[in-house]
Ligand binder design. Structure first.
Ligand SMILES: [Zn+2]
Length: 369
């Protein structure tokens, strides 16, 4: 069913080859649009694992990161049968938990309750709400788990809305049912394969504000954390800072939504995304190193930021471009410098001021001069 997925076109025929093509040297690249809905071109939310799979099949020369190596390991551990199934049903396996949480997730529903790192995430979320002077009570914090992949009805309900909102190319109800039953049956027969972190290796901020599609516009603001991304951070030794720093980055996107920052940037989509992503890194670093924030070590914060979404680094013209690793490092440094310069040390700047200061610094962060 991969033909139903827009982005799968980029995979090309090579994607249909079995596991043997999967080189362990696979490195980071991505054309995936940004998590920021207001400038996303084709996707409501970004699914980093898509880029990882695409890249595993067709490696680029960009440098690899901790998280990319981890993903390559997950792909390499699959049996030939599992990998072939993943390639053929990637739209469901990689995107269904992300979109199910987006369309149906609720903090009151046990199916979306935070489990791994729950206290850490809840505390950081409350802390961020206090730190930034924006309206944030209405943002729903929740988890995404892979269990829905065992359930044909849940898969079908999610696919139906993905098709309806244009996230997937058209499928008939019969095709959706068939695909949902095929995936659920395979996952049920494959032991703990449904627990593979790849299916939920994602964290995102969503706001439906300004959306023309009524289904999407009606969705509440969300902050969603997948089990897989949390497991990945534990595995690469960033379980302590990683989830909190990524939440700070995602929360920064909500600050941007609230302030209308997405509407005031460059008109070129790639430049606009680079600006808001580097700004989110800078705001995350400001919060994470600030005395009134997490007061974390700036190097650990930068490492955590650069491990996530460094995909896209070599595709400068892509609307999903998040900035090069050097630019992202400079953005994180800028945020840490701003926090260190606070006088008194506990003084937190209004979000709007941070945005203005960042915009003034952006040319230097981009060029390095
Ligand atoms: Zn982002």
């Amino acid at each position: 069913m991969s033909r139903h997925l827009r982005w799968s076109v980029a995979l090309g025929a090579a994607a249909l080859l079995p596991l043997g093509v999967l080189a362990p040297v696979a490195t980071a690249t991505s054309a995936a649009p940004s998590a920021a809905r207001t400038h996303a071109q084709h996707e409501l939310v970004e699914v980093p694992a898509r880029a990882a799979l695409r890249d595993a099949v067709d490696p680029s020369e960009c440098t690899t990161t901790l998280l990319d190596d981890y993903i390559d390991g997950l792909l390499a551990e699959m049996t030939d049968e599992q990998f072939a199934f993943l390639v053929a049903h990637q739209d469901v396996l990689l995107a269904m938990p992300t979109y199910e949480a987006l369309f149906f997730g609720s903090p009151d529903d046990p199916d979306f309750a935070l489990d791994s790192h729950a206290r850490q995430l809840t505390n950081t979320y409350r802390d961020l709400q206090r730190f930034w002077d924006i309206e944030s009570d209405d943002i729903q914090l929740m988890a995404m788990h892979p269990d829905g992949l065992l359930d044909a009805d849940r898969i079908a309900a999610t696919l139906t809305l993905m098709v309806q909102t244009g996230e997937l190319d058209p499928m008939t109800p019969a095709e959706i049912t068939e695909e949902a039953e095929t995936v659920a049956a395979f996952m049920q027969a494959q032991g703990d394969f449904y627990l593979n972190p790849l299916w939920t290796l994602n964290a995102y901020a969503f706001s439906g504000e300004g959306e023309s599609d009524p289904v999407i516009a009606a969705l509440p603001d969300k902050l969603v954390f997948g089990d897989g991304i949390l497991e990945a951070y534990d595995a690469i030794g960033l379980g302590d800072v990683g989830p909190r720093v990524i939440m700070a980055h995602e929360f920064a996107h909500h600050v941007q939504y609230e302030l209308g920052t997405f509407d005031s940037g460059p008109s070129d989509p790639a430049e606009a995304t680079r600006r808001t992503e580097l700004m989110a890194d800078a705001m995350a670093s400001y919060y994470a190193t600030h005395k009134k924030g997490l007061a974390l070590n700036r190097k650990r914060v930068a490492d955590a930021l650069l491990s996530f979404y460094t995909v896209g680094d070599c595709q400068f013209a892509s609307p999903g471009h998040h900035g090069t690793p050097l630019q992202r490092e400079r953005a994180a440094d800028w945020g840490a410098d701003l926090a260190a310069a606070a006088r008194p040390r506990s003084m937190v700047l209004p979000a709007e001021t941070v945005v203005e200061l960042f915009d003034a610094a952006l040319p230097g962060i981009v060029s390095g001069s």
